[in-house]
Design a protein around this ligand. Sequence first.
Ligand SMILES: C[S@@+](CC[C@H](N)C(=O)[O-])C[C@H]1O[C@@H](n2cnc3c(N)ncnc32)[C@H](O)[C@@H]1O
Length: 182
Amino acid sequence: MGSGTTLIEAKLLGRNAVGVDINPQSVSISETNLKFQCETNARIFSRNGNAADLYFIKDNCIDFICTHPPYANIIKYSKGMEGDISLLAVDDFLEEMQKVAKESYRVLKKGKMCAVMIGDVRKYGKVIPLGFRVMECFLQAGFLNKEIIIKEQHNCRSTGHWEKQDKNFLLLAHEYIFVFQK
Ligand SMILES: C[S@@+](CC[C@H](N)C(=O)[O-])C[C@H]1O[C@@H](n2cnc3c(N)ncnc32)[C@H](O)[C@@H]1O
């Protein structure tokens, strides 16, 4: 959920939605951001929980999944919170994402889509293709690749340095939106 962007869009579009975030602070921020009047009658639920264990959602009952996980530990969303995958280095992060992919596959209806936004990371000047490694987790869970969308990043820390940067590597200025089909 983060700050609730996806739930806000669901509400505006009149789509029933359940949002999940491991961090109770994210739940309360999202609930505050969702306090606005709109003409739709969407039923929106926010839930403090772990995307790697969606025990409170039955098999084959969700029409669409939209998820934006942390990019391993590039930005830490909590301090020492159990289950927060933003505290994990790449290998442990991918192990948890495998569970997220498996749970996503379980709860989604057959034929429906699961969209995942994720970016790559760089360590010691080398690119770690986190996006494609997360993609593999979803393929291993049984999903098929429907689309790979490249999302150009604007107004991020690297934007102004893209052309005039003086280091011997290119700055990452895109993210992926993988659209998987069950
Ligand atoms: C990149 S942010 C999402 C931002 C969101 N798209 C928005 O617009 O605000 C990633 C979120 O994943 C949450 N998170 C980390 N580990 C999680 C887990 N195991 N299950 C569910 N959410 C988790 C973090 O608390 C954080 O809010």
